[in-house]
Ligand binder design. Sequence first.
Ligand SMILES: Nc1ncnc2c1ncn2[C@@H]1O[C@H](COP(=O)(O)OP(=O)(O)OP(=O)(O)O)[C@@H](O)[C@H]1O
Ligand SMILES: [Mg+2]
Length: 213
Amino acid sequence: MYNVLKIQADSRLDNSIKTKVKKAKFPFIKTVEEYDFSFQPEVDEKLIKELCNLNFMDDAKNIIFVGPPGVGKTHLAIGIGVKAALQRKRVLFFTTEELMSELIKANISSRLVEYIESLARIDILIIDELGYLEVNKAASSLFFKLISKRYEKKSTILTTNKPFEEWGEIFGDDVVASAILDRLLHHSYPFLISGKSYRMRELFKNTGKNKES
Ligand SMILES: Nc1ncnc2c1ncn2[C@@H]1O[C@H](COP(=O)(O)OP(=O)(O)OP(=O)(O)O)[C@@H](O)[C@H]1O
Ligand SMILES: [Mg+2]
């Protein structure tokens, strides 16, 4: 298994690459090569591989993975993020909950402008798991500021379980939700995945049940 420790120990990689991978704070390392596209045929393999060339970053395009649990949204987000870190790009991974809490903390301690500016310098910001928890009003407006600041300047990779038409429920406000969505989607590659959970496949495999059942 390819993980941060392996990357740290890989003598072919120089220290600046190792630092970039470490600083990205990936919760785990997954590669696009490890993703089984035959299990999730809806995911456009050719496009994902093209995105691994990182040209999307030149135009500050975003990538959005939408789908139910276990279809590999975080896996693919990390896989592309790892490619960028290996090319010495600044990548930073957050769950939505962590990001909102950091934004709120920065705001309370009057560091919001500096904090958003520091996040605006990150080449790829990965925001994972939007939609599992509601985002309160204060956090929604801070998140809007962040997305506006990065709009057309830097790329964001976002994963969500909620279809776009339900984003109003996440932010508790249709107006803010559509302003955020508009900026994220304008130059973006949306991947709508509706397939089966890979976690369930592994569970059925381990318990000897037919994965199709
Ligand atoms: N097509 C796939 N090929 C190989 N591994 C996969 C595939 N899809 C998912 N996985 C693996 O299954 C597990 C769950 O995937 P992942 O965490 O990316 O799901 P997710 O879509 O982010 O789900 P959630 O919405 O619950 O966070 C991970 O270990 C991931 O590596
Ligand atoms: Mg996930």
